[in-house]
Design a binder for this molecule. Structure first.
Ligand code: SF4
Ligand code: SF4
Length: 357
């Protein structure tokens, strides 16, 4: 057995998969759906992990590239009884220890650790209020979208407080930088300290899952708070027919599946479900740092999601994620010729704001 202390913790699980090889995880793995090679599905990744443990495979740039071509979307884990995401993160961690990691992931992690943000944000967004609202890096770069969210929250009686914040650093942990993720978490706790003991509203699905599951904070996605107030709202009906794309972290990982649909129905919108939705929704292509390492693959994944929407005869997707929306829009642009029309991708907050006018 080769010496991989982090991966070795999962030896039993890896062998369970290798003995079972049931493949429930594979068919709808969004990367497998594009690559059509077993290596890219969870079952293949588990075999690679065994290869490392047994010394049959050596760490290499090729193996690292395969492991980086995973969206960390959790579809396979939802189909499986194992800790697939932890195993993949451990493989990435072991490969990095052996000297193999994507330079782009290194740059991203360094930027977050040095600057406290994933994206450049010339002017941090702040707001005086009473209920802590953590925006996260993506929304910090989207002042117009934040204005819309704040407008909706004000209209439903919430007075959001946007204070000093740093990146939740999800991506640092997801790409295998475990020690750095611990330091990033300590810094987050220091800067967001005044709000750690109470409820925190969040708007980015990934930040919500990270704060809730990794930091053990009382983070609640703001759409849930809105859904709780639906009975008291005076909404102007919107005459639309749409499908809803569940962001992986919001739907599958946090179980916020019904609330966005309740809101859409309350807006008078007909919701048509795609074949893969809710817990078994598939990724938009923007997860796990894939956009950094293979943008073309990420776009192919997003094109498949657009095909899913077209297959149920709708030309509007609604979602609630600052990564899913632009990623799906990119896919929609590339699919317009093939489909003969453009599938639009709208943000649920925009629709809410319109209906609350
Ligand atoms: S990862 Fe899970 S679902 Fe996939 S083949 Fe292995 S045991 Fe089966
Ligand atoms: S996490 Fe998603 S992309 Fe990665 S192997 Fe599992 S289903 Fe495929």
């Amino acid at each position: 057995m080769a010496d991989y202390p982090i991966l070795q913790e999962f030896t039993e699980e890896i062998y369970t998969c290798n003995r079972t090889r049931c493949g429930f995880c594979s068919v709808e793995c969004p990367v497998f759906r594009v690559r059509r090679l077993e290596t890219y599905a969870s079952r293949g990744r588990m075999l690679a992990a065994r290869g490392l443990l047994e010394g049959v495979l050596e760490p290499s740039a090729e193996l690292q590239e395969v492991m980086d071509e995973c969206l960390m979307c959790g579809y396979c884990q939802a189909r499986c009884a194992l800790h697939n995401m932890d195993i993949f993160a451990s493989v990435r961690q072991e490969l990095r220890t052996a000297g193999y990691s994507s330079p782009k992931h290194e740059r991203t992690a360094t930027k977050i650790l040095e600057e406290g943000t994933l994206f450049d944000r010339p002017k941090p967004i702040r707001r005086v209020g009473t209920t802590p609202l953590y925006l996260g890096c993506a929304y910090q770069t989207k002042p117009h979208e934040v204005q819309t969210i704040v407008s909706v929250l004000e209209k439903v009686g919430i007075d959001p407080l946007i204070s000093d914040e740093v990146c939740c650093s999800y991506i640092v942990g997801a790409v295998g930088f475990a020690d750095e993720f611990e330091s990033a978490q300590a810094r987050f706790r220091q800067i967001y300290g005044p709000h750690l003991d109470g409820a925190i509203l969040t708007v980015c699905p990934t930040c919500t899952a990270t704060l809730h599951d990794e930091y053990n904070l009382a983070a609640k996605h703001a759409l849930v708070a809105v859904a709780e107030r639906l009975a008291d709202m005076d909404l102007k009906p919107l005459d639309m027919r749409v499908t809803y794309h569940d962001p992986c972290h919001l739907g599958r990982m946090l179980g916020v599946i019904e609330e966005p649909r309740q809101i859409l129905r309350a807006l008078g919108i007909e919701v048509v479900e795609m074949e893969h939705h809710g817990t078994f929704s598939t990724c938009c292509g923007g997860g796990g740092g894939l956009l950094d390492v293979d943008r073309n693959l990420a776009i192919e994944v997003s094109k498949n999601r657009i095909r899913d929407a077209a297959a149920v005869g709708v030309d509007t997707i609604v979602t609630a994620c600052p990564t899913c929306q632009p990623t799906l829009l990119r896919g929609a642009g590339r699919m317009a010729n093939e489909l003969g029309h453009f599938v639009d991708v709208l943000d649920l907050w925009e629709l809410l704001d319109k209906a609350l006018d």
